[in-house]
Design a protein around this ligand. Structure first.
Ligand code: PMV
Length: 323
């Protein structure tokens, strides 16, 4: 009754922001992401009648603050398997947690897969994606490798709100160069940030209304391996999401001065003909996506930006791996 799974982080190129259903965690919009090779969560789940309740450890340290969310996913798995046993979840991230590096995506994908395996459930990848979504919207995408599309779906029970592979990593081996511009956990998580956008941002409805067009452009750019087209729509989707959040009341600004400086560095690289574009999640880090040949140029440029603490580079990676 024990299993260990590795799931990788993913970065959305066409963003998800906002929910259609809070309880079932159904996103208001679809999204498209790339799964990263270098950033992962390794999660072990063991169900045992010797425990008095669920336990959650992150990097070997007990995290009671995160237990409720993990237990929610465990409850769904227990219900599927028809058991009531408590579980110990032990998770490790090989990257900083809660700072806009998508730790909830890899974490809940790994937790969903490890918990179902530990109880001998054989879910399809689509069912696993639906289960992972209940923990974190972006986790639905980390089940798969390469380029992944998440469908918002329309079923009230969320059964058609799942991710599926769009294109193999090997078919278009782009590289993501991550500029770390701030450490520490973000003050406002994506869950409450997007809820506040829906409730208070005048730009939220425009964000939702224009997302289908961005998805169509993103999907066709990826299938055609058209870098310039993907760059245009990805930067647009990112800035539109952040514009919606900035117009929250109270305002929600995830950026710091180095975040802006990195965007300007990307623009300067583009002006010089370098195939690169940026995206930013619910945190201050900038993810620069580029072709493999220009990685040294992009790394050097971002390292030179004042306020950049570290630069991590990652190719595109596979989906779930049993350990
Ligand atoms: O997976 P969640 O519910 O934490 O939301 C993720 C939201 C963004 O990272 C900002 C965008 C995305 O699509 O990953």
């Amino acid at each position: 009754m024990k299993a260990r799974v590795r799931a990788r982080a993913n970065i959305a190129l066409i963003k998800y922001w906002g929910k259609a259903d809070d309880r079932l965690n159904i996103p208001a919009v679809g999204s498209i992401s790339v799964t990263l090779d270098r950033l992962w969560s390794d999660t072990e789940v063991e169900f045992s009648d010797e425990l008095s309740g669920d336990e959650f450890l992150l990097g070997g340290t007990s995290r009671p603050d995160q237990l409720a969310r993990a237990s929610n996913t465990l409850d769904l798995v227990r219900e599927l398997a028809g058991v009531t046993l408590p579980a110990r979840v032990s998770s490790e991230n090989n990257f900083p947690t809660g700072a806009g590096l998508a730790s909830s995506a890899s974490g809940f994908a790994a937790l969903s897969a490890a918990a179902t395996r530990a109880l001998g459930l054989e879910l399809t990848e689509r069912e696993l994606s639906v289960l992972a979504r209940r923990g974190s919207g972006s986790a639905a995408r980390s089940i798969f490798g390469g380029f992944v599309e998440m469908h918002a779906g329309s079923a009230v029970d969320g059964s058609d709100s799942y991710a599926e592979p769009l294109l193999d990593a090997a078919a278009w081996p782009l590289v993501v160069v991550i500029a770390i511009t701030g450490r520490g956990e973000k003050p406002v998580g994506s869950r409450s940030g997007m809820a506040a956008s829906a409730a208070t941002s005048p730009y939220y409805s425009a964000w939702v209304e224009t997302s289908a067009a961005d998805l169509a452009l993103g999907r066709s750019a990826i299938l055609a391996k058209d870098f310039a087209a993907l760059a245009r729509v990805a930067e647009h989707s990112c800035l539109k999401m952040h514009a919606a959040a900035m117009a929250n009341q109270p305002p929600l600004l995830y950026w710091n001065p180095a975040t802006v400086a990195c965007l300007q560095a990307c623009a300067a690289l583009q002006a010089a003909g370098t195939p690169v574009f940026f995206t930013i999640d619910a945190g201050p880090q900038v993810k620069a996506v580029c072709t493999p040949d220009v990685v040294p140029t992009v790394v050097t440029a971002l390292r030179g930006v004042p306020g950049v603490i570290d630069v991590i580079e990652s190719g595109l990676g596979p989906g779930l791996e049993a350990l």
